[in-house]
Design a protein around this ligand. Structure first.
Ligand code: ATR
Length: 288
């Protein structure tokens, strides 16, 4: 029941009506027995500053931030955590005393979705497919998780070079740009690759026939791959990974765990049994 004591949380974005976050957070709150409500706020163009002042004035306890405000929100933060600053995107705002602190929980979400499958990233070599906006969060995740080296493959080589330069500037992790020929040659860094993360939009609905690495020989050596796409639930890329005997997961796990981490930043650690139970409900609902 909503009363005078109920704490208010929410997500801001534009558009916002397709967000799954209220479903996820209200489910976690209900399971944890917490007196809170999580809603969505449609922040129209030019209204971010007003929205932020409103959150402050209304004593709203925490917010998630989605497209197109993940970068713009940073200027209103008293502190931005290193991973979020490096990604260049804040998706979670936490009140810490009288300060607003910006986090990027996508990075953690991706790591958790891999760890759920029993994968340890530390010391491994990872193939990053794509070099667009999300690939930066993937690179930060790899570096923060102690990955030894990454190989980047992208249609536009210059963008892969920019990602490599970014990594080398910010982290100790080594990065190499590779071509499709190098990938299929199995030489050099390719020999070490056992994990792949697919960050391009190739294969996303409605163009479900696309696969950025169609027919590559890399599949036989992948233990696990994540495709950040979740519609369709199994992309052509994932099918090829599975056919070659590897584990393939879609982007729903990352979505789920970025929400869990935001929730825990606001409300403290959840009981693992709640996290697991809600995971199943979330997967079930989102897969329909
Ligand atoms: P952003 O994530 O920054 O918005 P994007 O345009 O959505 O960027 O592209 C995301 C990734 O998908 C990029 O790696 C992009 O490759 P390019 O850097 O060569 O543009 C990749 N991508 C999109 N369409 C593609 C296609 N048809 N074939 C191969 N890669 C593609």
């Amino acid at each position: 029941m909503i009363t005078g004591h109920t704490a208010v949380f929410g997500v801001i974005g534009n558009p916002i009506e397709h967000t799954f976050s209220p479903f996820l957070h209200n489910m976690l709150a209900k399971e944890a027995g917490l007196d809170m409500v999580y809603t969505s706020f449609h922040v129209k163009e030019g209204q971010l500053e007003n929205a932020f002042k409103g959150l402050n004035g209304l004593n709203i306890q925490g917010i998630n931030v989605t497209i197109p405000y993940k970068l713009e929100i940073m200027q209103y933060m008293d502190e931005v955590k290193t991973a979020a600053a490096n990604v260049g995107a804040v998706n979670t705002v936490v009140r810490e005393g009288d300060k607003f602190v910006g986090y990027n929980t996508d990075v953690f979400g991706l790591q958790m979705s891999l760890e759920r499958e029993g994968v340890t990233l530390e010391g491994k070599s990872v193939l990053i497919i794509g070099a667009g906006g999300v690939s930066r969060a993937v690179a930060v995740m790899c570096a923060e998780a102690g990955v030894k080296s990454v190989a980047i493959i992208n249609r536009t080589i210059e963008k892969a070079e920019i990602l490599k330069a970014f990594i080398e500037d910010k982290y100790e992790m080594s990065a190499e740009v590779i071509t499709r020929e190098q990938l299929d040659s199995g030489e050099g860094i390719v020999k070490e690759l056992s994990i792949a993360i697919q960050t391009t939009s190739v294969g996303m609905s409605p163009n479900v026939e696309g696969n950025p690495l169609e027919g590559s020989s890399i599949y036989s050596q992948l233990d696990i791959a994540v495709d950040l796409i979740y519609n369709p639930g199994e992309t052509k890329f994932m099918s090829e990974v599975r056919r070659a005997g590897g584990i393939a997961v879609n982007g729903l796990g990352m979505l789920y765990y970025q929400g869990v981490m935001a929730f825990e930043l606001w409300q403290g650690k959840l009981d693992p049994s709640i996290v697991n139970k809600c995971y199943d409900v979330f997967m079930d609902k989102m897969s329909k």
